[in-house]
Design a binder for this molecule. Structure first.
Ligand code: SF4
Ligand code: SF4
Length: 319
């Protein structure tokens, strides 16, 4: 019997998740030893047609990063689901929509107008924008259709396992390959990372005062942050209380607050609204006006609290 087959694929993605696989360095050779790679567009030249010839379920596992932005993403995702026994949603975009899903705050027309017409660097006197179908001189040209809404992978197909992070750390990626190659797979729907909040494993947690009070919100570049003190105690928004740990604390280690790329802790559906409700309990001021000023000090609250998760949140899309 041959080696189990693996497909590694990106949809609407920046490439960072694929990069983190390359960051496994010599362990990549182990993946090649354990699996027969049947698709990995970023590294190897396979064709989608070759995947179509495989039997349903023949690929042991498809590791899919990126979100579903257009019809090509949709079609390849559907195809991989059909041909795979297991699907891993790999990275924040695949798990929750990721930063690309912040575009759900705009319409497709808004995006096209700015990107192809109004952006200061664009030279487009005829104000053309891409069409998904175009007939010229009897020839029919097509492009993937750009959807109105960015969706995480699990909104389009059934997902077996989730590996969050933007991108997931190399340690988590290594562990994910160990788990899928062991044959000893956890229950369907498992997130392949710690289930506790980042605060629980943060060395600064002990420095949180007994009664945390936020009297003004500061952005990280506005202060010289104390590297040993909880960010919240310094008035800097840190999403550690509602974010799943397992990232290796890489942002905290370089004195940056958590931005939430690991997504919500277990069983928490909407991390943005949860964080907002927690924050509202911490805001202090003598008057309603003072408290409002503190809240108004948060620049871009949606972008801050839902940076990686708006595609799977209650808000999902601006209507
Ligand atoms: S999760 Fe982050 S690193 Fe991965 S594709 Fe999305 S934006 Fe890029
Ligand atoms: S809020 Fe941030 S800095 Fe404070 S304990 Fe939690 S993760 Fe650490």
């Amino acid at each position: 019997m041959g080696k189990p087959q693996i497909a590694i694929c990106w949809l609407g993605a920046c490439g960072g998740c694929d990069e983190t696989i390359l960051d496994l360095n010599e362990d990549i050779l182990r993946i090649a030893d354990l699996f027969e790679i049947v698709l990995w567009p970023v590294a190897m030249d396979f064709k989608y047609e070759e995947i179509e010839t495989l039997k349903d379920g023949q690929i042991f596992v498809s590791v899919i990063n990126g979100s579903v932005r257009n019809s090509e993403n949709y079609e390849i995702l559907k195809l991989l689901r059909k041909k795979s026994t297991y699907v891993v949603a790999f990275g924040a975009c695949a798990c929750f929509g990721g930063t690309p899903s912040l575009a759900n705050l705009l319409t497709k027309d808004d995006i096209f107008r700015f990107v192809y017409r109004d952006a200061p660097t664009v030279v487009n006197p005829e104000r053309n924008a891409p069409l998904s179908s175009y007939l010229k001189d009897g020839r029919h040209l097509t492009l993937p259709e750009f959807y109105e809404e960015v969706k995480p992978v699990s909104e389009v197909v059934d997902v077996d396992y989730f590996l969050p992070g933007c991108p997931p750390s190399s340690d988590l990626v290594r562990e994910m390959f160990n788990i899928v190659s062991s044959g000893d797979l956890p229950p369907k729907g498992t997130t392949l990372a710690s289930s506790v909040a980042l605060c629980a494993v943060c060395q600064r947690n002990d420095t949180k005062p007994e009664r945390l009070e936020i009297r003004s919100v500061k952005r990280i570049h506005e202060i010289e942050a104390d590297p040993n003190l909880c960010f919240l105690a310094q008035g800097v928004i840190c999403l550690g209380p509602s974010t799943r740990s397992g990232c290796g604390n890489v942002c905290l280690d370089i004195n940056l607050p958590c931005r939430g790329c690991m997504g919500p802790v277990e069983a928490l559906k909407d991390m943005g609204s949860k964080y907002l409700s927690m924050l509202s309990c911490l805001v202090e001021g003598n008057t309603e006006e003072e408290r409002r000023r503190v809240i108004d000090g948060i620049a871009d609250p949606v972008g801050y609290f839902y940076r990686f998760t708006i595609g799977s949140s209650i808000i999902r899309k601006r209507r």
